[in-house]
Design a protein around this ligand. Structure first.
Ligand SMILES: Cc1ncc(COP(=O)(O)O)c(C=O)c1O
Length: 419
């Protein structure tokens, strides 16, 4: 079997009993202390990835900057790590603005997105002095002009559809012609002219984002030329989208290879002195975390079903876009006595399959199942299906573990049910 450990956060190991250890913390100890399922983040792996992004970008384009796409893991602790490592934050909703501010971000380093921003979100952005609002449509401009006080100025970018169809699942494509995000170049031109005439808005530049989980560099490079004809601006935000490694078959480009292509295209097509912003989400956080489940049922028949105490309540990536994950029984990664199993969740959907077919070492009730690469969008899309209590997030660092998001309680669930 390929090296399962290599999919876990960098620095993960097996102890002398074969138990998985993440950033110095044993999976069985974490499960005992915090219960299961639990989302475990290696703080060291997270910080190292953030540093790598900043170093690689600034080495190619001094003065350019990395903003973390908060939507990939929108909790204060993760945003705070990014802030401490010198990154800005991309936010796409009121709650992400509030956790970003709680994380201590300099509001001037925040970029607000959204294809359907509410009045409330625009007000929050203006009130807190967020650095850049990315205008998606003319209604955004109406709302901003109605909100920014006379005498003040809000910096904006305009989101452009580059017309690039990347090789990824259609549900996570955003830069293709006909996308709901942004404006085609011909439609953007009059809006840019309107912003340039606005007394309260300052036209700082353009934004593109081609999609997510993209495993080759060409679409990123291709997204730059289509925006070059719209004028010369001081800022170009070239989005996120670099793919993460979920299975041993995945070979995502390195950050260096990705930025060689992207910044190379920027140098070719955009003004030499322009500031480049990038917004990595998935590739920043996916590999820094894993989820530990408890096996609740093993049903052997036509198929061996291994059912765990979580599922689509804590990982919607499979249902949303068929993402493949790998897994192993914590404590028995290296044993050869495997049987093919299908790992399913506890939710009332046949689609609640976490992993469709993988070898597991003699799975049994009570085992811990460890699934790597769950750092991106799993926390984000956690839900209460079947009265599920959303799972905790635990930071592991050098053998010490601390909860940064606690498990939801029955009282939390009942608190909103007011009738
Ligand atoms: C505008 C924008 N920027 C950045 C991202 C982050 O993308 P990813 O998590 O694939 O890096 C997204 C997510 O799709 C996005 O919509």
């Amino acid at each position: 079997m390929p090296d399962l450990l290599s999919l876990f956060p960098a620095g993960s190991a097996l102890d002398s009993d074969g138990m998985l250890v993440v950033d110095g913390c044993s999976a069985d100890v974490l499960a005992d202390e915090f219960g299961t399922p639990v989302l475990v983040v290696s703080e060291r792996a997270l910080r190292n990835r953030a540093r790598e992004y900043v170093e690689e970008l600034t080495a190619r384009s001094a003065g350019s900057r990395v903003v973390f796409a908060s939507k990939a893991f929108p909790c204060t602790a993760v945003q705070r790590v990014m802030v401490e490592e010198g990154l800005g934050l991309d936010v796409a909703g009121g709650g992400e603005i509030l956790t970003a501010l709680k994380a201590g971000v300099d509001p001037r380093l925040v970029v607000l997105h959204g294809n359907a921003k509410s009045d409330e979100e625009i007000s929050l952005a203006v009130e807190h002095g967020l650095g850049l609002v990315v205008v998606d449509n003319s209604d955004d401009v109406d709302r901003l002009e109605a909100t920014v006080p006379a005498g003040a100025v809000q910096d904006v970018l305009v989101r452009i559809i580059p017309g690039v169809t990347a090789d990824t699942h259609s549900h996570v494509l955003t830069g293709h012609e006909g996308s709901k995000f942004g404006l085609a170049p011909r439609d953007a031109a009059p809006l840019i002219a309107r912003i340039e005439r606005s007394p309260t808005l300052a036209m700082q530049g353009l934004h593109v984002h081609v999609g997510s989980q993209i495993l080759d560099v060409e679409p990123f490079a291709e997204s730059v030329a289509p925006i070059a004809g719209l004028g010369e601006f001081p800022v170009y935000d070239l989005g996120g989208g670099l793919g993460a490694r979920y299975t041993w078959a995945d070979e995502p480009p390195t950050i260096a290879a990705y930025l060689d292509a992207l910044v190379g295209a920027a140098h070719e097509h955009l003004p030499a002195e322009a500031q480049i912003i990038i917004e990595p989400g998935r590739s920043m956080v996916a590999a820094s975390a894993c989820t530990i489940y408890r096996v609740t049922t093993v049903k052997r028949g036509l198929v061996t079903f291994v059912a765990v105490d979580g599922g689509m309540g804590d990982n919607l990536e499979v249902a949303l876009f068929d993402q493949r994950f790998e897994a192993g029984i914590a404590g028995r990664f290296d044993r050869p006595d495997s049987e093919m199993a299908t790992v399913v969740g506890r939710h009332c959907e046949s689609g609640d399959v976490l992993i469709d077919g993988l070898p597991l070492s003699a799975p049994a009730v009570g085992d811990l199942l460890a699934v790597p690469a769950t750092g991106a969008y799993c926390y984000t899309m956690a839900n209460n299906y079947n009265g599920n209590r959303r799972i905790p997030v635990v930071f592991a660092r050098d053998g010490a573990a601390r909860p940064v998001v606690r498990r939801e309680t029955w009282d939390d669930l009942m608190a909103r049910d007011v009738d």
